[in-house]
Design a protein around this ligand. Sequence first.
Ligand code: GAP
Length: 513
Amino acid sequence: MVILVKMASKQDNILAIAAKRGLFYPAAEIYGATAGFWTYGHLGTRVKQNWENLWRKTFLGLSPFYFEIDDANIMPSKVFESSGHLKNFNDPLTECGKCHFRFRADQIIEDATKTSVEGLDENALTKVIEDNKLVCPKCQGKLLPVRWFNMMFNVKVGATGENEMYLRPESAQSPYLAFKREFEAIRRKLPMGLAVIGKAFRNEIAPRQSFFRLREFTQAELQIFFDADLIDQCDDWKSVSKYMLYVKFSEENAIREVSCEDMNKKHSIPKFYAYHLAKVQQFYLDALGMPKEKFRFRELNEKERAFYNKIHFDVELDLETLGGFREVAGVHYRGDHDLKGHQEGSKEKLEVMTNEKRVLPHVLELSFGVDRNVWALMDAFYKEEPERVMFKFPGWVAPVEVAVFPLMNKEGIPKLSEKVYKSLSAEFKTFYDESGSVGRRYRRQDEVGTCYCVTVDFDSLQGKTVTIRDRDSMTQVRTKISALAKVLRKLLDKDIEFSQAGAKVESKKEGAA
Ligand code: GAP
């Protein structure tokens, strides 16, 4: 069991369990690890895939004309000249004049003053540093004037390094480059959506907050190409017009409940955009099961939003480990910035015929950081009780739905346990554990959020029954092996209560781990 150090923060406790149980840990750890790179272990990979699969089901399910593509991570420099990243994808950097350590200027300021400086230029940031007499946090040296630092990773490709290429800083560029081919291949109509779940790379000056500022991370992004003349139309508007969104507008501090209809009429948000805000919120509240008080959209004003966005609302979740609302996704109206840039840069016509006219499609982007969302799940479902810690994952998140234990390594118990395990493993995410006391095994499974533990004991040999132990209540029932798979399916689908899953077992207090 993970020994929780008294006074350790919730974040430290999650990281300790994650490393110990194979959820995630720093990449290349045995060589000292470099900040901003992580490995997902055997269980963490499952959690990440579970989130990605739900995302796919939700957003690709919005239209029969939304599809996923997969692309190269390394792209020619021309791509990023056209997209504007080589010129504009910069973070503010300040360097200590004495020890020459480099910092992100906005973070140093925000940590010290607790006020946001998003959107300020380099001169304004330098002035804030001087006005507040901020010095190097490492050696107290004087901080030099702020300058811009480009976050792109470049790669020399070819035997002589003749091709200067870049790792993509967002998955979004792939659908823009593939747009023309896919438009021809799919149905030659708009709207059309192209999604990518894939890696993005940013040379962050100061990676921190575990999964929140990574140098290599996964994005799940859907680029929806549409005719700009139809931005205020939406076939499915009726289904969302009365739906209430939780929004913090850029000029306000409080979160307001605003219907999609009011977003459109009173706040001039086009229907096509407001509809997708509703779908994103429903994903968080209904599909992921996030409590509504932990969710909000935050509007970004012109100074705050990315250089390519015309309308920008971030999704923020209130995360205890990170001390408040943090960005996990964004809904971006990118206009024709991308296709126009690539049309000019490549000299390939990217206009298409739709509704009997020639248009250069505009783009609505639903952009999610997968790692940040995985962290949000860990934050939301982590629970401490006097005798145990656990992740109270619902079945769809849990890396293990059912663990199977032989009570003892005696007589026919291991053989029957393996048979039970095999009969479940095709349908459920299963795990087999035969080491240590059953009490210890329960605790280990609690720590990775396993929903149910099935134990094969002496009664199983004669009576053909097993016990099922419920993670949340720690109570047990006894069920026939022949009915086990059906009962577990009903439990995971929430079709029955745990008390209906079999005959109640009067269990002793679970052994300490
Ligand atoms: N294609 C648009 C785009 O990339 P972004 O706001 O820069 O927009 C989208 O990134 C999402 O990717 C963010 O909401 C966040 O969840 C995630 N993300 C961005 N930078 C990240 C980083 N350094 N580490 C982890 N996740 C990051």
